[in-house]
Write a protein that binds this ligand. Structure first.
Ligand code: UDP
Ligand code: MG
Length: 321
């Protein structure tokens, strides 16, 4: 019987300081392993020397494949591309910065052999990250879980192992705004977790500035929940009730007390408040409309510039998925 294949998918964006070490650590863990291992690095439009380094690694190691994106498409899209190209019986997604220890994959594979089809890494502790990041992440996962109908495990990132069946199921989800960890929960299958400590970044800085974090959070919330729309309706109703009560107060002032001249401050307050509520509601609708527009355009999720190491080292260009 031939050995089973494990695909390790690594999204990479401006990681020239860490990428060699990452490959060294990974290949050290899987030396003489009972499975064959292929490494798929997705270069997500890096502006530094990451691609040159990946090229060197790919030329020296036949088990390394590189997908070079034509520009920066974002972490979640990079992971998606990795899963599209992975051939393995099991696929592992891991960050390039060694925050997720490669050794944990061994435990994941053990669980997979026990029959679990998704094994996600649950972060017990996070080292070397700012209080702000840890706090916002913690709040976000709990908030998202309360907003959605799909059960989304908390404190879980994209570091996980998925079975071939799950990977194939994921490929059938064509949506553009990708919150991969949510999609994996959505497809279901037998899931379990392994706990680990999230380490400090090996080198370099986070590639997730606040802007990207907010985008990820928006994708998570708006792709998995209609609750913001329901909240908007609820807010509208609540404000209508309050304003109806206030209308009665105004009428009493006018006809019973005959006191009509005062009230500039209160009418300003009411108008400002209403305009605020309305803009928020329109904004929420806009989020969904924008997402519908993205889906309808049906552009490819990503554009590949070069492929290295696929099909015994052949280089292919301009593969559009
Ligand atoms: N990454 C990517 N594209 C991006 C941003 C990040 O492929 O636009 C990769 C990055 O190289 C790393 C992983 O996604 O392998 C996670 O990013 P990072 O470690 O910066 O995020 P953090 O751990 O700080 O949340
Ligand atoms: Mg990181």
């Amino acid at each position: 019987m031939s050995k089973k294949l494990l695909s390790i998918v690594v999204p990479v964006y401006n990681e020239q300081e860490v990428i060699e070490e990452t490959f060294k650590r990974l290949s050290g863990v899987f030396e003489n392993y009972f499975m064959d291992v292929e490494y798929i690095f997705i270069n997500d439009g890096s502006k530094d020397n990451t691609y040159l380094k990946l090229r060197e690694i790919a030329l020296a190691n036949s088990c390394v494949r590189v997908i070079n994106f034509a520009r920066n498409f974002g972490h979640q899209i990079a992971i998606t591309a990795g899963m599209d190209y992975a051939k393995g019986d099991a696929v592992v997604i891991i960050d390039a910065d060694l925050q997720d220890p490669p050794e944990v994959i061994l435990q994941m594979v053990e669980q997979w052999e026990q029959g679990y089809e998704v094994v996600y890494g649950k972060r017990l502790q996070r080292e070397g990250e700012t209080f702000f990041k840890k706090f916002t992440a913690k709040m976000f996962y709990r908030f998202l879980d309360s907003m959605t109908d799909v059960k989304l495990p908390v404190d879980v990132g994209d570091f996980r192992l998925i079975d071939r069946k799950v990977c194939d199921a994921m490929k059938c989800l064509p949506e553009r705004s990708r919150y991969v960890r949510g999609l994996v929960s959505w497809v279901g299958f037998k899931q379990t977790s392994v706990e680990y400590r999230r380490e400090k970044r090996f080198a370099g800085e986070t590639k997730y500035p606040l802007k990207k974090m907010l985008k990820l959070a928006g994708d998570g919330i708006f792709s998995f929940s209609y609750k913001p729309l329901k909240l908007a309706t609820f807010a509208g109703m609540l404000v209508s009730i309050i304003s109806f009560i206030y209308l009665i107060v105004v009428l009493i002032q006018r006809f019973v007390k005959n006191d009509i001249a005062s009230g500039w401050a209160s009418s300003m307050a009411v108008s400002l408040f209403f305009n605020g509520v309305m803009l928020i509601v329109i904004g929420i609708m806009g989020e969904y409309v924008g997402r519908i527009y993205e889906e309808v355009k049906a552009r490819p999720l990503y554009i590949v510039g070069e492929l290295l190491g696929f099909q015994d080292g052949a280089e292919r260009k301009n593969d559009i998925k």
